[in-house]
Write a protein that binds this ligand. Structure first.
Ligand SMILES: Cc1cc2nc3c(=O)[nH]c(=O)nc-3n(C[C@H](O)[C@H](O)[C@H](O)COP(=O)(O)OP(=O)(O)OC[C@H]3O[C@@H](n4cnc5c(N)ncnc54)[C@H](O)[C@@H]3O)c2cc1C
Length: 463
């Protein structure tokens, strides 16, 4: 493909795509609205300070040769550490052992590493340049500098990795409607922080003593209609996120508008967590409430002129920790298609054909996972189903794999995981028949029923 590729947005997905395309010998220009986050003094912008990296994202980083560099900055998370209101906590492992874990990585570190790699691979990066308009008739774009100066450039092959509020998507939609649908969750989030522990008061021993909580877990304080989570950072702190209805009856962000009301709420609902956040009031006051929604588009591309991917095409709610992972999977698929060459309209259509059913599937699973995280993880029936699933997976590993494991630790398409997960769930419901005692189910009968009802799983790691 001779035409230069113009990426709008040098965030996580844009930076990784730039690496992959430049490595394949394609000419890549990246226009990013923010200043270069690698320069001293720039605050790495980002809605969440850290993210959970799972197998799909890791695989994309391996393809780009960046996995080792990223993993040097990652903290392993073995499972969910569920904290009850009574102050008890217990780990629910995500996988079967430490080969099935997820990783907490800093958004800023990851972005900077990928920008370095993109530049080294030959991509040209332009910072402080926000896309402000597109002339699709004449293949020109307009970019606004931080100083207000606007300049024109050739559009090239336009690819939008400019996130959920994509300016390229808006320009494409104005030119020819994309069939956009945005579904707000009605819940928002606010980030808070647990600082590194004082060594003397650390809750964990040894080299992990700088963490105030068990470092190798994703902590959850489920409270039914809302929750807090915390992910570890390498230097010993945790990024805490409060998820709460945006408005309506107490508790909601509208009802908890000031830090004093929020502190009273935390004292009642999350007293153990509040005790670990000395700067709670200041953080609560200064950090904004972020919105959560799912974006669906009928069309991801404008003929062969422009294509969207990552959050710009399919922003999802964050409860499966898969938004970036899914966007990273997008980049590998697209780089493969573009490197193979051909008519760009056909390549873009093929990309959408392959990726959209999977983006829709992870969007649905992410929504379902909110209920699971804030509520079900403490529900006896859910726990019995989980336990029976674990037993079946051990008894018939070629036939049963928890949906979470398919999504998080394999490359099976998301759409497959959604469909298979539904079928497995129906079977577990049937076998348990309302019981909350997984041990009461005869495993021989259960395995026979499973094998009769469902075909074997595909090759698990490389499906
Ligand atoms: C609270 C929260 C927690 C999350 N946790 C996880 C997680 O644990 N795991 C996970 O996989 N995902 C997670 N996600 C999702 C993840 O953050 C996104 O899926 C990911 O950031 C998408 O990357 P992106 O590059 O498509 O978009 P972004 O990261 O939003 O990057 C877009 C880039 O485009 C730039 N830009 C915007 N407008 C313009 C313009 N006009 N011109 C030029 N540049 C522009 C922006 O400055 C930015 O650099 C979470 C999201 C939220 C909100």
């Amino acid at each position: 493909m001779q035409q230069p590729i113009t990426l709008i947005g040098g965030g996580l997905v844009g930076a990784l795509l730039a690496v992959l395309l430049a490595q394949r010998g394609l000419r890549v220009e990246v226009f990013e609205k923010r200043d270069d986050p690698r320069l001293p003094g720039t605050v790495a912008a980002g809605r969440s300070i850290n993210l959970a990296l799972a197998e799909r994202g890791l695989q994309a980083l391996r393809v780009a040769g960046q996995a080792d560099a990223v993993m040097r900055h990652a903290v392993m998370m073995r499972g969910r550490m569920v904290h009850t209101q009574g102050g008890h906590s217990g780990l629910q492992r995500y996988g079967v052992d430490d080969s099935e874990v997820i990783w907490s990585v800093s958004r800023g570190v990851l972005n900077r590493l990928l920008l370095d790699a993109a530049e080294q691979a030959g991509a040209r990066l332009h910072f402080g340049q926000a896309l402000s308009a597109v002339d699709f008739e004449h293949d020109r774009i307009e970019l606004a500098g931080a100083d207000g100066v606007r300049r024109q450039a050739d559009a090239g092959l336009l690819i939008g990795t400019d996130g959920a509020g994509s300016a390229l998507r808006a320009a494409m939609h104005a030119h020819a409607p994309l069939g956009e649908r945005v579904e707000a969750l009605g819940h928002g989030y606010k980030e808070l922080e647990i600082p590194p522990a004082m060594l003397a008061s650390a809750a964990v021993a040894g080299e992990d003593a700088r963490f105030a909580l068990e470092p190798h877990a994703l902590h959850i304080w489920p409270r039914g209609g809302y929750m807090c989570i915390a992910l570890p950072n390498t230097e010993g702190s945790f990024t805490v996120t409060l998820f709460l209805p945006t408005d309506g009856d107490w508790p909601s962000f509208v009802q908890l508008a000031d830090a004093e009301a929020a502190e009273r709420f935390f004292r009642d609902e999350f007293p153990d967590l509040l005790a670990l956040m000395p700067s709670f009031a200041a953080d609560y006051r200064s950090h904004p409430v972020g919105g959560l929604y799912t974006l669906y588009l009928d069309r991801w591309h404008l003929g062969g002129k422009a294509l969207l991917l990552g959050d710009a095409a399919h922003a999802i709610v964050p409860f499966h920790g898969q938004g970036m992972n899914c966007g990273f999977e997008d980049t590998v698929a697209l780089a493969g298609l573009l490197a193979a060459g051909g008519d760009s309209a056909e390549l873009f259509a093929e990309f959408q054909r392959v990726r959209q059913p999977n983006a829709d599937a992870i969007a649905a699973m992410a929504l379902e996972n909110y209920v699971e995280m804030r509520d079900s993880v403490a529900d006896p029936h859910y726990l019995a189903k989980r336990e029976l699933g674990l037993r079946l997976a051990a008894r018939a590993p070629g036939h049963f794999m928890a949906r979470y494991r398919m999504v998080t630790f394999t490359h099976l398409p998301y759409a497959y995981a959604l469909e298979r997960g539904r079928a497995q769930d129906a079977l577990l419901e049937r076998l348990l028949a309302g019981s909350t005692d997984a041990a009461s189910v005869d495993l021989d009968v259960a395995a026979a029923a499973l094998q009769a009802a469902l075909p074997p799983l595909p090759d698990l790691r490389h499906g």
